[in-house]
Design a binder for this molecule. Structure first.
Ligand SMILES: [Zn+2]
Length: 565
């Protein structure tokens, strides 16, 4: 028998952002320490009994997917139900809500002036949800089902996807079509600009499978990009897969740019399939690229299973594919876990996996940053377990605002010994808390900062980044600085307090020249002494010779050692 006693902590309420950040900076890696009961004192020793202390991360994404339809839809009842539910979420330790605003049927659950609003929801559930979430210190992210839109696909077959056999979908709309992109983007823009949402969450941001899409717009775009290729291409053709991945990626990028223009603090996230190969090659969700390019703030792999091993495998796969370049919140399928023999235990196991699983990728040890529960309708049987695993308040990693820390750069060769056309390697230590570094960039200039070249620094290992500045001709002044971005977009620049780090390419064979000059000076002095001894009458001419030699020496120095400017 195991007695699990959880260390209880007082709930910390939302406070000033500075304190939030300071607390976040003290992030401790989660761990479970197992202490035999006998060590705790008091109780009789029993080897089978132990205390398990859960140390929870102080920065952890803890979200839940919520449908307005899970409530009554009655405007006299539902607002209070939303309030009660969100109050419970806050009490249970959750810190953000993904609230459905467009379902896969195509219906909207907010007061839209663009698209079809579900007739039951004329009273604007999104406004209620935003207000109630903020009342209880929760973030509210608007959840959109993107390319699965049954209403549009049925009413406008010209906007629907077409599969390889010519079947016109009655559920999916095609991202190749400008009208589809414009419509979906306008809805997101409408929500982001009219409601105080903290994020936009993209669901069905994908193709149904790789047999789609062979519509007229896909044909035209494909042939424009690949005039040498036949139509239709095979659905497994790597170029055709890449073509469709780009359609999804560019849509996310468009949305990100739109959000930046409205409010750069709005976070962008996406639900992805749990098996990376399936997500990337069948659903066209190239999230390693989204992560690399920084166009997404977090992804939620939909790891819905009641099988612990499968869950762990999927999470590890996602970590490996994302390479630590974006935040990962594991999607936990409560409805699936209900199928387990002991659902609450399985829930605890999956939460523990998200806190303890580590994968080494390119010599960095990576993990996940939180969980999102799917979904509110199935939360009730897990409410006690949720309170147990989320006993302390945690801050959302995607909202942290602490910039990366950049160390002093080291250059090789050192600044006073760079020969003409010699490459210079810059090495720097860059760290980030409580999230991770996504990219480090080296900027360098040979015209005192009038224009800059940039190069992405290679992560050599863990926190060490390296890049090379190409060789330049002698007398070139090179200025450089380093910029780092973390996975949620915070950035920092190391530029020697605005001056930039500089070095000067020295003349070739400088050492030989100095040697020759020293020899010349010695000879001149010897010659001078001899001349003085031989005849005082020749003093004037000797002095003249000395002066001439000195002038020659200066000329040589000027020619070979000193650079203009
Ligand atoms: Zn298409």
């Amino acid at each position: 028998m195991r007695i699990k006693i959880q260390k209880m902590w007082g709930k910390v309420m939302r406070i000033e952002s500075l304190i939030v950040l300071t607390l976040c900076a003290t992030l401790a890696i989660s761990f479970i320490s197992v202490v035999p009961l006998s060590h705790a004192g008091g109780a009789a020793p029993d080897e089978s009994e132990e205390l398990i202390f859960y140390k929870e991360p102080e920065c952890e994404g803890r979200g839940i997917w919520v449908w307005a339809e899970s409530f009554s839809s009655d405007p006299n009842v539902e607002p209070m139900q939303i309030r009660d539910a969100f109050h419970n979420f806050s009490e249970a330790g959750l810190n953000f809500v993904l609230f459905l605003v467009k379902d896969s049927g195509g219906w909207l659950f907010y007061n839209s002036s663009i698209g079809p609003v579900d007739p039951r929801y004329y009273w604007d559930p999104l406004k209620v949800a935003v207000d109630e979430a903020h009342r209880f210190g929760l973030e509210l992210h608007a959840w959109f089902c993107v390319f699965r839109d049954i209403k549009v696909a049925k009413e406008r077959p010209d906007l629907a996807m077409v599969n390889s056999t010519g079947h016109v979908s009655t559920e999916w709309v095609c991202p190749s079509k400008p009208k589809v992109r414009k419509y979906l983007k306008s809805l997101i823009e409408e929500v982001a600009s009219r409601y105080s949402v903290d994020g936009i969450h993209l669901d069905y941001i994908r193709f149904p499978n790789r047999t789609y899409c062979y519509c007229e717009d896909c044909r035209r775009s494909w042939l424009e990009e690949h005039p040498e290729k036949p139509w239709p291409p095979n659905s497994t053709d790597p170029s055709f897969i890449e073509f469709r991945q780009k359609l999804i990626t560019s849509f996310i990028e468009d949305v990100q740019n739109t959000l930046k223009g409205i409010n750069p603090k709005i976070k962008l996230s996406a639900a992805v399939f749990p098996v990376p190969k399936d997500a990337i090659n069948n659903r066209m969700q190239n999230y390693p690229e989204w992560a690399e390019r920084g166009i997404i703030d977090f992804i939620t792999p939909m790891a819905y299973t009641s099988n612990t091993q499968e869950f762990e495998e999927w999470i590890k796969g996602t970590i490996t594919a994302a390479k630590g370049k974006t935040l990962i919140y594991a999607g936990i399928g409560l409805y699936k876990i209900l199928e387990a023999q002991n659902p609450e235990d399985e829930f605890r196991r999956q939460i523990n996996i998200t806190r303890t699983v580590k994968v080494t990728v390119d010599c960095s040890v990576l993990g996940v940053n939180g969980q999102v529960l799917f979904r509110y309708k199935y939360l009730e049987p897990f409410i006690n377990a949720t309170k147990e695993v989320y006993s302390q308040h945690a801050y959302t990693p995607h909202s942290e605002a602490i910039p990366p820390q950049i160390g002093e750069p080291i250059q090789d060769p050192p600044k006073d010994n760079v020969q003409p056309f010699q490459n210079v390697t810059i090495t720097v230590n860059v760290t980030d808390y409580p999230t991770r570094i996504r990219k480090v960039i080296l900027h360098y200039s040979i015209n005192n900062g009038t224009s800059w070249n940039t190069t992405v620094m290679k992560q050599v290992c863990q926190n060490t980044y390296q890049a090379t500045i190409p060789g330049y001709q002698y007398c070139t002044w090179v200025t450089f600085k380093i910029e780092a971005f973390d996975v949620v977009g915070n950035n920092a620049t190391k530029d020697n307090y605005g001056l930039g780090y500089t070095y000067h390419v020295i003349p070739e064979f400088q050492t030989i020249h100095i040697g020759l000059l020293l020899a010349l000076m010695t000879l001149t002095i010897i010659f001078g002494i001899k001349a003085e001894k031989s005849s005082r009458s020749h003093i004037k001419s000797t002095n003249k010779n000395l002066k001439l030699s000195h002038l020659k020496m200066k000329a040589t120095l000027s020619l070979h050692v000193t650079c203009k400017g």
